[in-house]
Design a protein around this ligand. Structure first.
Ligand SMILES: NC(=O)c1ccc[n+]([C@@H]2O[C@H](COP(=O)([O-])OP(=O)(O)OC[C@H]3O[C@@H](n4cnc5c(N)ncnc54)[C@H](OP(=O)(O)O)[C@@H]3O)[C@@H](O)[C@H]2O)c1
Length: 264
């Protein structure tokens, strides 16, 4: 059980399902208040009812499409207008997509870049000056083990997560003389709506099953509170060793292996 988070506000993007929803449950169970954002208003409303009823915390919902230009800044302004002082910024919203880059719908990949990279960086840029001014706050950016390697047949998604980890680690160092921490959570495959949204159901990556969203969320939440730089979650020892060895493997061989994982 996490330490008490009474009166601490967490903003969680992508809280309508999967890892984000479980992060919201964990924070509420620890007594914290929540600002939750995603596109599906009805799912956010259901979660609000569940968490307010069960834990007596405040939950405010912000239905928005964060892949739209300016949406992240609008969300920041809406949160300021609601007089919410965010203690924990959890950038979790994200999606993937399967297929050869040149055959994929460009609009879908552009939206992926807008959400996975731009919205995450924009929200961080908006909230960080407030955190710095009061010398407190924690940021949890949900990256992926996909960020450690290039991902043929999911080229944009893997590259977007490489951005998330690199960016998170770099600003963590910039903030190392403050009380503010930035954590990059790197889950392996996790059972959520992600695989369906990314059309990955028939691939080897997914067919072996994955971690539960609840266990990954707990790992991420604990790592955030501990101020850890990086946390890999939902992977066994042999997978962790393979991941650690990946940069040393011959690049062409590695690319072929990763491609095979994304194939049916
Ligand atoms: N599942 C995995 O295997 C895995 C592994 C590593 C990393 N991750 C990362 O974990 C994070 C959470 O994914 P998940 O696995 O929990 O998948 P999920 O169940 O599909 O959840 C994704 C969340 O992002 C929200 N979202 C999607 N597009 C959005 C948009 N345009 N604007 C605002 N919110 C949006 C979704 O809500 P709405 O549809 O209501 O907008 C949903 O709440 C993602 O960043 C993902 O890349 C997942």
């Amino acid at each position: 059980m996490s330490q008490s988070q009474q009166n601490k506000w967490a903003l969680i993007t992508g809280a309508s399902s999967g890892i984000g929803l479980e992060l919201a449950r964990i924070h509420a169970a620890a007594g914290g208040h929540l600002a939750i954002a995603a596109r599906r208003e009805s799912k956010l409303a259901e979660l609000k009812e569940e968490l307010e009823g069960r834990h007596g915390v405040k939950v405010m919902t912000f239905a928005c499409d964060l892949s739209r230009p300016g949406a992240a800044t609008q969300l920041y302004e809406d949160i300021k207008a609601a007089s919410i002082k965010v203690d924990y910024l959890i950038n979790n919203a994200g999606f993937g997509g399967h297929g050869k880059f040149h055959e994929r719908d460009w609009e879908a990949d552009a939206q992926m870049i807008n959400l996975n990279i731009l919205a995450l960086a924009e929200l961080t840029r908006r909230f960080l000056p407030d955190f710095v001014a009061r010398n407190s706050g924690r940021i949890l950016n949900v990256s992926s083990t996909a960020g450690e390697v290039p991902g043929p047949l999911q080229a944009v998604y893997y590259a977007s997560k490489a951005f998330v980890t690199s960016f998170s680690n770099a600003i963590a160092e910039e903030l190392s003389d403050t009380n503010i921490t930035v954590t990059s959570l790197k889950p392996g495959y996790t059972e959520t709506e992600f695989a369906d949204a990314a059309h990955l159901r028939s691939t080897r990556l997914v067919s072996g099953g994955g971690a539960t969203a609840a266990s990954v969320a707990q790992d991420g939440y604990d790592a955030m509170l501990a101020g850890q730089l990086n946390r890999i979650s939902g992977m066994g020892l042999s997978q962790r060793i393979q991941l650690a060895m990946a940069p040393m493997a011959p690049r062409k061989m590695l690319l072929k292996q990763i491609r095979q994982l994304q194939e049916g």
